[in-house]
Design a protein around this ligand. Structure first.
Ligand SMILES: [Zn+2]
Length: 472
């Protein structure tokens, strides 16, 4: 994107501003911060994307970083070749409930030809300072923040009252069954006596950090219709595809009602029920495609459903039975729930963000007292490992401290940007050849330092015995 040619003066002004800010920002990092950024790049260069994540290279890198900080380390393996690292900074009163900082090692695949820089090069653009890499936001930044924050806290002489653990887990992106799920149900986890978990959240395009207190739960709906087969030329009632189309229309009306609330700004996308068709299966195959003059006797469709934790699944089932898939139409359905919806105390998987949760005011005050802003707590649209911790009855916040950062997880050119306080507006930033898409003021190093002070506050506060439950 270029500026209009009539605004030559403006262009010169902006370019000079740009170069001034590059020069200013180049010296904005201390030597320690440069080392932190280097560690971040090293981690990003390890190919931990599915379908073949290099867990062993990641584990040896992370363990060496942990040893250089002086943390205790334990490698657990709930499934062969899928290491789960548990790093510990012991507190002076280890009987207190501990803090667990969780982050997953794996990431989703990338399509290299769609990227400006190769997705595992962790290239640091000399002009923008932006680091391009798959996993930069989701969520390798967290592991490095946790580790580097502890390094600087230790260096400053701080020692925590309660123990702080870091868990670096495999397989989150493919459901977590061999990672966080087994870990949360293990004897090793129980022994940690965890009082609070911080897990991943999402970047925030504004200057307010986002905090997530629940995930939406994923469901799968399979609808099957059967009807009389017949010649393609005949119009008659009760064909399989006609029934399925009625069902799809009813679902589409419900989908609209939910989506309208989002479009009107009444509800955030994560607080409505989403439902999207993901496959359709019907027709009689022929060597050249499908037989065109036969109406088939069976048709099937699949839907991805996401329920906020505040929705009772029983109400959804009623709607399916009465409106979407009425049994008198000779249709059937299967509704599959993926992952837990209630914790071991029978409560929905929600971490309270009010005074009744003793960790909440501590967290809120820690963020505000460090000069940052916190957005209204949200439900995460998707699903993370946090659900397995919440299932154990443990308060878990999703929190990835990236403010003023575009949300790029799972996207092409996932990255993180350097501070650019001088780039006051989106227009100014995109003025230089469309280098980037947003004005960005957040730096990894700064975030590391801030998280450091938050960990410090969490570690010294005395909160006793939050209600947790035993694994099955
Ligand atoms: Zn993630």
């Amino acid at each position: 994107m270029s500026l209009p040619s009539s605004s030559h003066l403006t262009r010169s002004f902006l370019l000079s501003l740009l170069f001034t800010s590059i020069a200013a920002s180049a010296s904005a990092f201390s030597d320690d911060e440069e080392v932190q950024i280097h560690h971040f790049q090293q981690y990003l260069r390890i190919r931990t994307a599915h379908p073949d994540p290099d867990y062993s290279a990641a584990a040896s890198f992370l363990l060496s970083l942990a040893h250089s900080i002086g943390l205790q380390t334990l490698t657990l393996e709930f499934s062969p070749n899928k290491p789960l690292l548990l790093l510990t900074w012991p507190g002076s009163e280890p009987s207190l409930p501990s803090i667990l900082l969780n982050s997953h090692i794996d990431s989703v695949p990338a399509e290299p030809d769609k990227w400006v820089h190769p997705p595992f090069s962790a290239t640091r653009d000399p002009h923008t300072g932006r680091i391009y890499a798959r996993g930069a936001q989701d969520d390798k930044c967290l592991a490095i923040q946790y580790l580097e924050a502890i390094r600087s806290l230790k260096r400053s002489g701080f020692s925590p009252l309660r123990s702080v653990h870091i868990s670096l887990v495999p397989d989150e992106e493919i459901g977590g069954a061999d990672g966080a799920e087994k870990f949360a149900r293990s004897e090793e986890f129980r022994k940690l006596n965890v009082g609070l978990v911080l897990d991943e959240g999402q970047a925030s395009p504004t200057d307010e950090f986002r905090i997530f207190y629940a995930d939406r739960s994923p469901w799968r709906l399979f609808v099957k219709a059967t009807g009389s087969p017949g010649h393609g030329s005949r119009m008659y009632d009760g064909t399989a595809i006609e029934k399925l189309m009625d069902c799809a229309e009813a679902i589409a009306r419900f989908r609209d009602s939910q989506f309208d609330m989002v479009k009107a700004g009444i509800s955030p996308a994560s607080e409505v029920i989403s439902i999207n068709p993901v496959y359709m299966k019907a027709g009689t195959p022929s060597p050249s495609g499908f037989v065109m003059n036969v109406q088939p006797s069976e048709a099937e469709m699949g839907f991805d459903l996401r329920l906020p934790p505040t929705v009772d699944p029983e109400q959804l089932k009623e709607r399916i039975n009465n409106e979407w898939v009425p049994s008198f139409k000779n249709m059937s359905y299967k509704l599959l729930q993926k992952g837990p919806i209630k914790d071991c105390n029978g409560k929905f998987l929600i971490t309270l963000t009010n005074e009744s949760n003793p960790w909440w005011p501590v967290f809120e005050k820690a963020v505000i007292s460090s000069g940052k802003k916190l957005a209204k707590p949200e439900i995460l649209s998707s699903t993370t490992d946090a659900r397995f911790m919440r299932e154990m009855g443990i308060p878990t916040f999703g929190f990835s401290p990236m403010a003023n950062t575009p949300i790029l997880l799972h996207d092409h050119n996932e990255g993180w940007l350097r501070p650019a306080q001088s780039w006051a507006s989106k227009e100014e930033f995109s003025g230089e050849g469309g280098m980037s898409i947003e004005s960005v003021r957040t730096a990894i190093a700064r975030s590391c330092a801030k998280v450091g002070s938050w960990i410090g506050k969490f570690s010294t506060v005395a909160v006793y015995g939050y209600n947790t439950c035993e694994p099955e």
